[in-house]
Design a protein around this ligand. Structure first.
Ligand code: GAP
Length: 435
């Protein structure tokens, strides 16, 4: 990953169908990106890993999928209407707008003109609900998925009667009208988050914070993000979000510098107390001893897009193999968008193609993320699969058909990272390539 640049990552993502600029044929739409056929597989694999690790495999976690559009009072109570803003400056000469904290030297980065006063710009996307355009029809696209969790706290407690501590998790889209989207999928206007609100008794917050700090690091490792490139930053008083009493940012060494990958915040009882007050509902928790508490909350918040960018930065590799330079993505088996590719050695030999097809169908039934490739010579097919990070290539040749009776019903299994090939019985393939 040492020589990886953003240009190389962006170009590979576009060329090989991972990520395309949003609305590209119309010249693009700033801050939006579209995931292509391989990108959506990669993204789904990462989300599935998160969901199984943090929701399905734990007894203290519940999943929800709340609506993106929420009652506007949600965002008033949470403090987002009043305080979810970034500092904005406008150039007096060219009228371009910038985030004040991204501008150096007090001059316009585009034309060098003088800048106007700094003002606060609310990042929520406003929209109208229904046909009437009045004050009451205003709503917002959610700026974080967390809101949908807090408003369902009471529902989950009433349905499942969980014991503290317990958590609710959600994966979904969130929207921010960023003043300056930049760095590919790092800062976008439409993103996806994977968030947990972990509810604890007030006295237990420090232990839970420490537990989720370790869990977060463990998740990055399971995804395949380079461990030595992840750093923890204790966010200082004054720099934290309005709801947080302690925050750690997990930062990553992206090609453009060390920047926030995900966050871990202690949100106290800020949200539940605020929603109880604004909605007039009792959102307290009835403990086993009969006492009522408003739980405090620890929030591990992961951005799907930044996780993907940190992963691409981590796995992008260039090396020399067989005297040729090659590029490959060193995805682990769990997240690789394609788990294996099946090649008939020659595509104009019907008996080879028929046998390869049989192996392909047999594998695909068990491991759906398998592809067929009979285009070009074997070397070219290897390069193509390396570039998209396919861990294994399987070649069906004349020995598979029994030309050498000792090798009948065996195939060549080629490892992406080493380029080494071994002869494997068809019956052993599933165990070898399964994640
Ligand atoms: N609920 C807490 C929350 O939303 P945040 O630090 O504002 O906290 C959490 O966002 C994560 O969401 C970030 O660490 C990042 O991974 C991702 N994220 C936030 N804004 C983003 C943007 N404009 N583009 C891409 N990802 C973003």
């Amino acid at each position: 990953m040492s020589d990886v640049t953003m240009e190389k990552i962006i170009s590979l993502c576009k060329r090989r169908g991972f990520i395309y600029p949003g609305s590209e044929i119309y010249g693009g739409l700033s801050g939006t990106w579209d995931y292509g056929p391989l990108g959506v597989e990669l993204k789904n694999n990462i989300k599935a890993l998160w969901w199984s690790t943090f929701i399905r495999e734990r007894d203290d976690m519940f999943g929800v999928d709340a609506a993106i559009l929420m009652h506007p009072k949600v965002w008033e109570a949470s403090g987002h209407v009043a305080g979810f803003s970034d500092p904005l400056v406008e150039c007096k000469k060219c009228k371009k707008r910038f985030r004040a904290d991204h501008v150096e030297g007090g001059k316009c980065p585009e034309c060098g003109g003088a800048l106007g006063e700094v003002r606060q710009f609310n990042m929520m996307f406003k929209t109208q609900i229904g046909a009437a355009e009045d004050e009451q029809s205003v709503s917002y696209l959610r700026p974080e998925t967390a809101g949908g969790i807090f408003v369902n706290f009471k529902n989950v407690v009433d349905s499942f009667h969980p014991k503290l501590p317990f958590g609710i998790g959600q994966i979904g889209k969130a929207f921010r009208n960023e003043i300056a989207p930049r760095d590919f999928i790092f800062r976008v206007r439409e993103m996806e988050q994977m968030e947990i609100e972990y509810f604890v008794r007030p006295s237990e917050w420090e232990a839970a914070f420490e537990e989720w700090r370790k869990e977060s690091l463990g998740f990055f490792e399971a995804v395949g993000i380079e461990k030595n490139s992840v750093h923890e930053l204790e966010v200082a008083d004054g720099d934290r979000a309005h709801y947080s009493k302690r925050t750690i940012d997990f930062e990553f060494d992206f090609p453009f510098g060390r920047k926030e990958l995900s966050g871990l915040a202690y949100r106290t009882d800020f949200d539940l107390a605020a929603h109880a007050k604004a909605s007039g509902q009792d959102i307290s928790y009835l403990d086993a001893d009969g006492s009522r508490t408003v739980p405090h909350v620890i929030e591990p918040s992961f951005g799907v897009d930044r996780t993907i960018l940190a992963l691409l930065t981590s796995v992008y590799t260039e090396d020399e193999l067989g005297g040729e330079t090659r590029t490959y993505l060193k995805f682990n088996k769990a997240v690789a968008p394609v788990k294996a590719a099946i090649f008939p050695l020659l595509k104009n030999k019907p008996e080879l193609v028929a046998k390869a097809r049989e192996v392909y169908m047999m594998l695909k039934k068990v491991i759906p993320q398998i592809v067929w490739d009979d285009n070009g010579n074997i070397g070219k097919r290897y390069r193509r699969q390396d570039e998209i990070g396919t861990p294994y290539c399987i070649t069906i040749d004349f020995d598979t058909l029994g030309e050498n009776p000792e090798l009948k019903d065996t195939v060549t299994l080629r490892d992406r990272d080493t380029g080494e090939q071994e002869r494997v019985a068809i019956g052993e393939l599933i165990a070898k390539i399964a994640a």
